[in-house]
Ligand binder design. Structure first.
Ligand SMILES: [Zn+2]
Length: 449
């Protein structure tokens, strides 16, 4: 039998010869029912495929076919080759890298959102158990401490670690201006001469002759290459082209420098792509984990917690108790939102400090209220409307209102909680609440890995 879990306590279920699955916590269910309920858990989770990574690698490999030649005798050829290389980099490599990066980043955001959803659900369920089952008068109980820990969401605000690569740098290299680097370095007469024959060799020989006019071998070979070109080059080299040859060499070395910078950039991108590929594997692992834990939680709530809890929540006594508590519940919700507002940081200009105390409090409160999440802000405004209340007018009134209302809530609970706790549907839940807290704990530990 596949390992099926108990929806009440997360233990493995045992199957007997009559196809009845059971758990030590007392849970029992037919095998066929369990199969239909649990087959979906963790199945068909979308993962990041290697398609974009592979196409980036292919483009990166192709990039090497654009590498510059080992030797150049004309700056214009070097410049052309570099332009081709830069063009390929800009048009193929940068977009390919960007697609890869953005897909991983998007997947990271979605995966984080799933984890946060699970954490939020755990927190909601823990809060519900604390409020409806235990109530505010609860005595010390280790289960309550465990549940309180689960309600804390502070650690989930940040996304998973994800190394950012600055597109700015890549774009900068991709737009290196070649005209400024090389422009005007070439002597026009040399360029014309080079365009008409076996040019690389001619240039080399010409340079040798320029450095040592007694180089007989060079002169001999140059004669073989082509007397006309050679004559032209020699005339230029010896007379007016002295400067042009020097500039040509400078231009080539500048092109080489730009080329090296680009190669460095390409290496860095390849290195980041490696990191992204590791990131992809981790994200796929986490995506599966979070999706599985989300399904497990849903399953345990629907088939484990709620069928029993519902009996308490739907009992006549509980319904009338809950309707009597309704206004106080809105007060509690408002208090929680006010604590969120209170803890929201705001930047204030120095003149706010000059306002009298209560005026300063009202100014800061309005500003903080504007800074909380819009859904929380709407809920806060709705609570105030329901309670026919306004923003607190001063720090002391804020504290006073909260204290008074909390005391009212406690008095209400003191009057009504004992009869709720004596209900059979409440007493029957005691063990289940312990078991279910364990389920919440297990799931929380898994998503916190
Ligand atoms: Zn169980």
């Amino acid at each position: 039998m596949k390992n099926f879990i108990c929806p009440r306590c997360h233990e493995a279920l045992q199957k007997d010869e009559n196809d009845l699955c059971s758990c030590s916590c007392g849970y029992r269910q037919n095998y066929s029912v369990i199969i239909s309920q649990q087959q979906d858990i963790g199945s068909s989770v979308p993962t990041l495929s290697n398609t974009l990574l592979n196409s980036y690698k292919a483009v990166s490999n192709e990039m090497s076919s654009c590498n510059l030649d080992r030797t150049y005798f004309r700056a214009s050829s070097a410049k052309n080759d570099l332009q081709i290389k830069v063009g390929f980099f800009k048009e193929n490599m940068v977009p390919s890298y960007r697609d890869l990066y953005e897909s991983v980043e998007m997947f990271d955001i979605e995966t984080t959102a799933i984890r946060n959803q699970v954490a939020l659900s755990l927190s909601h369920i823990a809060k519900m158990i604390l409020k409806e089952y235990y109530g505010p008068l609860r005595v010390k109980d280790p289960n309550i401490a465990l549940l309180s820990e689960i309600t804390d969401l502070s650690q989930y605000k940040h996304p998973l670690d994800f190394e950012k690569v600055d597109y700015g740098e890549i774009d900068q290299i991709a737009t290196v201006s070649l005209t400024n680097t090389v422009g005007g370095a070439m002597g026009q007469s040399l360029e014309n001469a080079y365009d008409s024959g076996n040019l690389h060799r001619t240039m080399e020989l010409t340079t040798r002759l320029y450095e040592n006019s007694e180089d007989k071998e060079a002169r001999k070979e140059l004669n073989q290459v082509g007397v006309e070109i050679a004559a032209d080059l020699l005339v230029n080299a010896v007379s007016s082209a002295t400067e042009a040859i020097g500039q040509n060499m400078d231009a080539i070395s500048e092109i080489r420098e730009v080329d090296q910078q680009m190669d460095q950039q390409i290496l860095e991108m390849n290195h980041h792509a490696e990191k992204l590929s590791i990131q992809m594997q981790q994200l796929n692992k986490y995506r599966k984990l979070y999706a599985k834990e989300r399904s497990t939680l849903d399953y345990c709530v629907v088939h484990g917690l709620m069928p029993q809890f519902q009996r308490l929540l739907e009992s006549e006594e509980y319904v009338s108790y809950k309707s009597g508590r309704r206004t106080l519940d809105v007060c509690l919700e408002r208090m929680e939102l006010e604590r969120e507002i209170f803890n929201t940081p705001v930047t204030l200009s120095h003149w706010v400090g000059l306002l009298p105390g209560s005026m300063r409090f009202r100014y800061v409160w309005r500003k903080k209220t504007r800074n909380i999440d819009p859904p929380s802000r709407d809920k806060y405004v709705q609570c105030l409307k329901t309670l026919k209340q306004k923003f607190p007018r001063s720090m002391s009134r804020y504290i006073l209102r909260e204290e008074q209302e909390y005391q009212e809530y406690l008095s209400f609970e003191k009057a009504h909680r004992p009869s709720i706790e004596s209900l059979e549907s409440h007493q029957g839940l005691k063990m289940s609440m312990k078991d279910f807290t364990k389920v919440l704990r297990i799931i929380k530990n898994k998503i916190d890995q």
